[in-house]
Design a protein around this ligand. Structure first.
Ligand code: ADP
Length: 400
């Protein structure tokens, strides 16, 4: 059985086709700049050359049609016909309080995703366009939805509520939801396997550090707290997002700089973080390189980024009264040995003993990077959100 995983954004559509019998990728790719006559298509069929094209793609249905054309193409394709796409799984950013697990798409599920537009105005409408595009072209193919927020629905009220008037929660559902749930769930399960210990018995802190970044405290396989909040702005300092700050700064900066709501939102989401402090880039590779060339602002940006991450790790160890394993994943977490070393060498008080050689090894493999006798294990686990979505879809479509 083949499962097509779709991640639809407002102007992009990423896809990966899996053969579930052996969980291999048949092809992956993306359509970018949807809505323009210069949309860019990148298609990577397994075992064949990459294919790129620039063409007019005006909406998500046209993008989906192009994806299916390429998947079944005599030269660039990987299957004979569209009938070999047996199910489709979609990544959905916000499942609110309704969805604590993945579900099959029904008209009620679609209504609920629409009701949640307010909480994720940039993401959920785009995901819906992806679902509707599949319905238009493959009307008989079953679809499932997998939510970034679902894994965090196990958080207790003391973690997910904000200490503000409760009417805001009751009326508007203002609370912590958390994001990157599919990734935190995947890497925590893999880490338990690598450690050869039952997930149920472990206290873990998983650090998903990419352009967006979040940390999760996982006890017995369940998320009990996470750093992102009602939106993905809270928590860690990120590439272009501020993360935590004094909320009084928002009205103060708006008044002093005469900013509109839209402008202050954009400032905190797109012009803050590493980018703002370094004045160079939001990309950790460029920050580390500039730091090595003695750029003081880049060093300060790195130190703030690392310090804020380390404080969260310490906080979550306190929240769980201990930690058995710390896991690093996503673009920065998987690749930046410099960041991992900076964090871990300051966690010796809690029993972290980094294996510096294993940490520095240029490898994209899952691996242990702490010493064999370290009371707290540290691991690098490359995330694979697409595979998780494919697995959930496969299970749901097969009645699981
Ligand atoms: P997204 O949140 O967009 O999914 P990713 O998880 O792909 O992001 O992470 C992207 C980030 O990973 C880049 O911005 C870059 O800073 C970082 N990154 C990638 N490779 C390296 C590397 N070798 N060293 C340090 N940082 C890296």
């Amino acid at each position: 059985m083949n499962v097509l995983v779709i991640n639809a954004g407002s102007s992009s559509l990423k896809y990966e086709l899996f053969r579930m019998e052996n969980e291999t990728t048949l092809a992956s790719g993306k359509v970018e700049r949807i809505g323009l006559d210069t949309a860019i298509v990148t298609h990577e069929p397994s075992g064949k050359d990459e294919y790129r094209d620039v063409l007019e793609i005006l909406d998500h249905t046209a993008a989906m049609r192009e994806v299916l054309r390429l998947l079944t193409h005599p030269e660039h394709g990987v299957v004979q016909s569209m009938s070999e796409v047996h199910a489709v799984g979609h990544r959905i950013v916000h499942g609110g309080e309704t969805f604590s697990q993945s579900v099959r798409v029904t008209s009620d599920v679609k209504k609920e995703i629409k009701r949640l537009y307010d909480l994720a105005p940039l993401h959920n409408p785009a995901h819906m366009m992806g679902i509707q595009a599949v319905e238009a072209i493959l009307p008989d193919v079953p679809q499932a939805v997998v939510f970034d927020t679902a894994f965090h629905q196990t958080m207790p009220a003391k973690s997910y509520l904000y200490p503000i008037p409760m009417v805001l929660y009751r009326k508007h559902r203002i609370r912590r939801y958390g994001f990157h749930g599919t990734s935190h769930a995947y890497v925590s399960a893999r880490a338990a396997q690598v450690l050869n210990r039952p997930l149920d018995a472990l206290k873990m802190i998983t650090c998903h550090i990419g352009n967006g970044a979040s940390v999760t405290a996982i006890q017995g396989g369940r998320s009990i707290d996470t750093s992102m909040g009602m939106t993905p702005l809270e928590g860690l300092m990120m590439g272009t997002r501020s993360g935590d700050l004094d909320p009084a700064i928002v009205p103060y900066a708006m008044e002093k700089e005469e900013l509109t709501l839209r402008e202050v939102n954009s400032m905190l989401n797109k012009h803050s973080g590493l980018y703002a402090v370094s004045g160079i880039s939001s990309d950790m590779r460029e920050i580390v390189q500039a730091m090595e060339e003695d750029n003081g602002n880049a060093r300060l940006a790195f130190e703030m980024y690392e310090y804020r991450l380390r404080k969260y790790i310490g906080g979550y160890a306190a929240a769980m009264n201990g930690v058995d394993a710390i896991v690093f994943t996503a673009g920065v977490g998987e690749n930046s040995s410099v960041l991992r070393e900076a964090v871990c060498t300051q966690l010796t008080y809690m029993g972290v003993r980094l294996d510096e050689e294993a940490n520095r090894a240029a490898s994209s493999q899952e691996r242990l990077i702490s010493m064999p006798d370290s009371p707290v294990a540290v691991l690098v686990i490359p995330t694979n959100e697409e595979l998780m979505i494919a697995r959930d879809t496969y299970r749901l479509i097969n009645g699981g």
